[in-house]
Design a binder for this molecule. Structure first.
Ligand code: TPP
Ligand code: DXP
Ligand code: MG
Length: 640
């Protein structure tokens, strides 16, 4: 497989947007082809987001020809589709390092470029940033600056986007370009759902839309873009065929002007529409129709998600290296099995049916699956409704996206003690998706929710057990969290301590509380400790909230308690254990080893775990030091 490179054609000459502007229109198809080749080569080597980026090649070229980044601000919602933006802002030569440690981030990165703004990969935020930026430039008198937000049809199903639209539409006194580009490819991963999506998809499929494209093609290329003739004509004809341009009505009813739908793979049309929108100097929607994976047939024809985020693959054939059977597969199989005998079990996904492992459930129980769009807040409160209606909903999310639905879990589900189960895939360090994707927050924020129980399985068998236990809980919500990737070898208990599994019974030097998948490295660390004459007992709580009172008794018999968790250290299980012992007046020191409470730069998961000390060797070293300190009389303590 050839190393991804900018080559020696047009793309190699692009050091920034100025170089994009100087190209002749007839050179743009060649540039687009080079960009696509580099996208395919880079993702084939490093995995990442291919479909979304292939879909925005012409759009991004047009954006950088019409607007003047970085003076004009171009915002990418979710940010997974910003590879082309990176190539056109001088980083094409770095795509051989995509998503590698120290290499190019898979998302916008302010450290990489002045052209990059939103680093958060959580969807549906760009319009709110745009609203704030536009207000700032208005207040500062910088009305010569344009604000452009590119948001996908999927991200547009997120509630924040509509909160922002409501505010943007209400901002009457703005006299600067605020351009909202709706990149409509009809998909999140799967086809986008909901009322908005049906409006947008109806638009794409009616004959009149084809007539409209014909009209746009004839008129936009002939009439020089002066004043309003083109826009008024576009606008006028839409008035005449209002029934299919419902999105225009919907946006216009909000007080937003609308241009489109535009063929998003025709740079000339997109440039014309963006130029029109820029000159409008008012908030305006530019609705571009694109195809996810456009220009690379294995992506175009990939039914599941158009190569949204493929594993590494052979660029010549598009054949992906299969992802190993992992935690997600275990969940997928077990939820289908459980639902067979429990007709009250229903499932909810937030536009991630396949990634969270609910595709088999959907196939087996098509009437019991709900895809709510990228709308985690709605997912949780809708689950509350389902539970109030006598069902047991299982809401399957990625751990980091639960943050968005914290209040709904707290006040709509837990306050009412509703039987809702939330499964959190991708918990802990995920790695190459960067700082906003690590699932390092949930064990902290969940601590404050009354009536809520949290389970952390250490292996596939425990995931099956704990999921079955979770859906049996009737008097409150349950959460089951597990990491990305393969589930590792089964780790059998050698005994019980209360409800906790004892994985290793040692002498009373150190009590190691191994949270979920950290059990494997804790057992290896215990072996290393033993070689240094330190004996450890290793327990797996299985349920980390509420903690098992048996921990108190066990702690009194040990010199040191160590908690190891794949979550941020602050306010998580380690702190909960310390609080439990303090409340019981048990004065045994507690050490917590977890993820440092900072944003982690992108790198592979094993690399990050090694860097932050979540390895057997690092744990053994740190525990040895902690034990040594405990046996050093305080008067000789280094801090004295
Ligand atoms: C809050 C949140 N939930 C879920 C995701 C996972 N996710 C990443 S991209 C994506 C689909 C985005 O669809 P769209 O906005 O249409 O962009 P496209 O990929 O089609 O260009 C989803 C659900 C996310 N990034 N943020
Ligand atoms: C951008 C986004 O949120 C998703 O596409 C995410 O990057 C997928 O992560 P996985 O590859 O772990 O499923
Ligand atoms: Mg989309």
């Amino acid at each position: 497989m050839s190393e991804p490179s900018a080559g020696d054609g047009l793309l190699a000459s692009i050091k920034g947007p100025r170089d994009v502007k100087r190209l002749k229109p007839e050179e743009l198809p060649a540039l687009a082809a080079e960009i696509r080749d580099l996208c395919v080569a880079a993702v084939a080597k490093s995995a990442g987001h291919l479909g979304p980026n292939l879909g925005v090649v012409e759009l991004t070229i047009a954006l950088h020809r019409v607007f003047d980044s970085p003076r004009d601000r171009i915002l990418w919602d979710t940010g997974h589709q910003a590879y082309v933006h990176k190539m056109l802002t001088g980083r094409a030569g770095q795509f051989g390092t995509l998503r590698q440690e120290g290499g190019l981030s898979g998302y916008p990165s302010q450290a990489e470029s002045e052209h990059d703004i939103i680093e958060n990969s959580h969807a549906s935020t760009a319009l709110s940033y745009a609203d704030g930026l536009a207000k700032a430039y208005t207040l500062r008198g910088e009305r010569d600056r344009a604000v452009v937000a590119v948001i996908g049809d999927g991200a547009l199903t997120g509630g924040m986007a509509w909160e922002a639209l409501n505010n943007i539409a209400g901002s009457r006194d703005q006299d600067l370009p605020l351009v909202i580009v709706v990149n409509d490819n009809g998909r999140s991963y799967s086809p986008t759902i909901g009322g908005l999506a049906s409006h947008l998809s109806a638009l794409r499929t009616t004959q009149r839309y084809e007539d409209m494209l014909e009209f746009v093609r004839d008129n936009l290329t002939k009439v020089p873009l002066v004043g309003n003739p083109v826009y008024d004509t576009l606008h006028g004809i839409k008035k005449g065929v209002k029934d299919i341009f419902a999105p225009q009505a919907m946006f216009e009813d909000l007080g937003l002007k609308y241009i489109g739908p535009i063929d998003g793979h025709n740079t000339e049309f997109v440039e014309a529409a963006l130029t029109k929108a820029k000159g409008f100097r008012r908030p305006v929607i530019v609705h571009v129709i694109t195809r996810k994976g456009h220009g690379y047939s294995p992506a175009e024809n990939h039914d599941e998600d158009c190569f949204h985020s493929p594993n590494v693959f052979d660029p010549a054939t598009g054949r992906e290296v299969p992802k190993p059977y992992g935690w997600t597969n275990v969940f997928s199989d077990e939820i289908v099995r459980l639902a067979k005998d429990r007709e009250d079990i229903v499932a909810i996904t937030a536009a991630m049916l396949h990634p969270v492992g609910l595709a088999d459930f959907a196939e087996a129980y098509p009437d019991r699956i709900y895809d709510v769009g990228i709308a985690e807040q709605h997912a949780l409160t809708s689950a509350a409704g389902l539970a109030l209606g006598g069902l047991h909903p299982v809401v399957a999310l990625y751990a980091t996206f639960l943050n968005r639905a914290f209040d709904q879990l707290l006040m709509d589900v837990a306050l009412h003690r509703l039987p809702v189960t939330v499964t959190l895939d991708r918990s802990g360090v995920t790695g190459d998706d960067g700082p906003s994707h690590n699932g390092m927050w949930d064990l902290s924020i969940l601590q404050v929710i009354p009536h809520l129980r949290v389970a952390v399985p250490r292996d596939a068998d425990r995931l099956r057990e704990l999921l079955a236990e979770a859906v049996e809980v009737k008097d409150g919500p349950t959460v089951v969290r597990y990491p990305k990737g393969p589930a590792g070898e089964a780790i059998e208990a050698v005994g019980k301590l209360g409800e906790m599994d004892v994985l290793l019974a040692g002498d009373p030097d150190v009590l190691i509380v191994a949270v979920g998948p950290m059990a494997a490295i804790c057992l290896e660390a215990a072996t290393l400790l033993d070689a240094h004459g330190i004996s450890a007992t290793v327990v797996d709580p299985r349920w980390v909230k509420p903690l098992d009172e048996a921990l108190v008794l066990a702690a009194t018999a040990h010199k040191l308690v160590v908690v190891v968790e794949d979550n941020g250290r602050v306010g998580a299980v380690g702190d909960a254990v310390a609080r439990l012992l303090r409340d019981a007046d048990v004065d045994v020191p507690v050490r917590t080893y977890g993820i440092p409470q900072r944003f982690l730069d992108h790198a592979k998961r094993p690399k990050i775990l090694n860097e932050i000390g979540l390895t057997p060797q690092a744990l053994a070293r740190q525990i040895t030091e902690a034990v040594a300190k405990r046996s050093t009389p305080l008067e000789n303590h280094p801090t004295r």
